[in-house]
Write a protein that binds this ligand. Structure first.
Ligand code: NAD
Length: 468
């Protein structure tokens, strides 16, 4: 089985220790992650610091074409990356799985390559000239989660590099291999030291976010860890982009047509088995159509093939890891004990691997953990309501504020309600559909800053104002 290496300053760096990475469908070891030390981290930051001296000075056009070349490399290696990703993450090759994720990584990389932040002239008259320049920040530390490891790595690396920064990335120890391979192929077209990778256990993430040589942290993961990253940033006032957990509400108004919305509701909630930051995690349905929506969702769920990610017929796979599997099981058991009506699923599947079936839980409300907490798995609570204004206020009673959606036959009405939701993105008659030109980020405890588009690119720059 392959032992992977770190990649620092354009060179493979072997470590003396490794940790196995297992396929969540079977428990089989799929490769060995290098266990980098704090000395390796220092080396990676030093390589990125050295590379920054040159990379921050190369022309805008040169950086754009380097990002285009990165996109072509991802395209060339798409199937290879998808195969590694399925083996370590568990998500199916097909459906909205690994091939879809690599397609997303490619689309975001291509889009970001074409972004630009030209000099803005704020004043040019007899009194003087004022120009606003965007400059790269320095070495960016990137920490990524295990749910969409390749796509999120591209969300961090590509805008950082496009804006003239250099990067040290640390992926989740649960899914490090696809990111190592991604960084290897990026290094085929980028100068040495522009993108470096260090892997290891969580202590390496803590050391990276506290490292004095890092000028900015871009972090995607849980709210709890995000707070630690923020605390580590204090000593050197690191810039921060934090994309954290969500508990997105979806609100179905009484005029919605259950038949027309069931498919969208289902995939809004169950994309990547619910292991998606901006998945629909609390579904509120008006009393008048509650049972019909519940029946429609259960019927749709019965047609979805759940199985080994490497099986070309699987549409959903296992939960990625034991901790998350136990959390989903615990939240569903708790909901059942508190009056939840299980429409489908409700107990682990009888097979090896972290398989938990699509689970729909009706007749639960606030105060039940499955509603109040982020489940991050294939279990959706369905809450009954009767007053629309009241339900919006109730949906806002949650510390998370990532996304939200309203479902209705009247798109204008839906938009009016949607804009009352306290979250960074709202969708009408769909949920969680992100795109590279639409800024994405959380409010409240779902994070700070945005990713994507020119607004996202700006987060990898500082402003220098030139007055003459
Ligand atoms: P996590 O917070 O456990 O881990 C994320 C990363 O942080 C991993 O690489 C981990 O090794 C690292 N880490 C752990 N302890 C650290 C520390 N003390 N200092 C620095 N880094 C440390 O999150 P996860 O379980 O991998 O991901 C799931 C969570 O991520 C969910 O809450 C989900 O909603 C969130 N998420 C958010 C977005 C978004 O864009 N808002 C996207 C994907 C996932």
């Amino acid at each position: 089985m392959k032992q992977y290496t770190l990649l620092i300053g354009g060179e493979h760096v072997a470590t003396s220790h490794h940790a196995p990475v297992a396929n969540p469908s079977s428990g089989d070891v799929v490769g060995y992650m290098p266990l980098g030390s704090e000395a390796d981290l220092d080396r990676a930051v030093a390589a990125a610091t050295e590379a920054f001296k040159i990379w921050s000075q190369v022309s805008n056009e040169e950086r754009a074409s380097a990002c285009r070349a990165v996109a072509e490399k991802i395209n060339e290696h798409a199937e290879e990356l998808a195969q590694i990703l399925t083996r370590e993450q568990g998500k199916p090759l097909n459906g909205l799985g690994s091939r879809f994720e690599i397609g997303g990584a490619l689309a975001w990389t291509r889009h970001t390559a074409e972004l630009d932040l030209p000099v803005e002239v704020l004043q040019d008259d007899n009194e003087g000239r004022v120009e606003l320049h965007r400059k790269p920040i320095g070495v960016v530390g990137s920490i990524t989660p295990w749910n969409w490891p390749v796509m999120i790595a591209c969300w961090h690396i590509v805008p950082a590099v496009r804006a003239g920064n250099t990067v040290v990335i640390k992926p989740s120890p649960l899914t490090p291999l696809s990111t190592i391979r991604l960084v290897e192929i990026m290094n085929e077209v980028l100068p040495p030291g522009v993108v470096n990778i260090i892997t290891g256990e969580n202590n390496i993430g803590a050391a990276l976010s506290a490292h004095p040589g890092i000028a900015k942290m871009t972090f995607t993961g849980s709210t709890e860890t995000g707070k630690k990253v923020m605390a580590s940033a204090v000593a050197t006032l690191k810039r921060l982009t934090l994309e954290l957990g969500g508990n997105d509400a979806g609100i179905v108004l009484p005029d919605a047509d259950p038949k027309a919305i069931v498919e969208g509701l289902f995939w809004g909630a169950f994309i990547n088995n619910g292991q998606t930051c901006a998945a629909l995690k609390r579904l509120y349905v008006h009393d008048s159509i509650y049972e019909e929506v519940c029946r429609g969702l259960a019927d749709y769920a019965s047609k979805i093939a759940v199985g080994d990610g490497l099986d070309e017929t699987s549409i959903l796979g296992p939960i990625q890891n034991e901790m998350q599997f136990n959390k989903v099981r615990e939240l569903v058991d708790d909901a059942r004990a508190n009056g939840g009506r299980i429409l489908t699923g409700g107990a682990p599947m009888d097979r090896p691997g972290y398989f938990y079936p699509i689970t729909l839980v009706a007749d639960v409300d606030h105060g039940v953990r499955l509603v109040d907490e982020e489940q991050f798995g294939p279990a959706l609570p369905i809450i009954r309501y009767s007053n629309v204004d009241e339900v919006i206020a109730r949906a806002n009673q949650n510390p998370a504020g990532l996304g939200g959606s309203v479902w209705s036959a009247d798109a204008q009405k839906a938009k009016r309600y949607a804009m009352q939701l306290e979250c960074g993105s709202v969708w009408i008659n769909k949920h969680g559909t992100i795109q590279p030109n639409a800024p994405f980020g959380g409010v409240k405890q779902s994070g700070m800053g945005v990713e994507f588009g020119a607004e996202g690119l700006k987060e990898f720059t500082t402003i220098q104002t030139v007055l003459s």
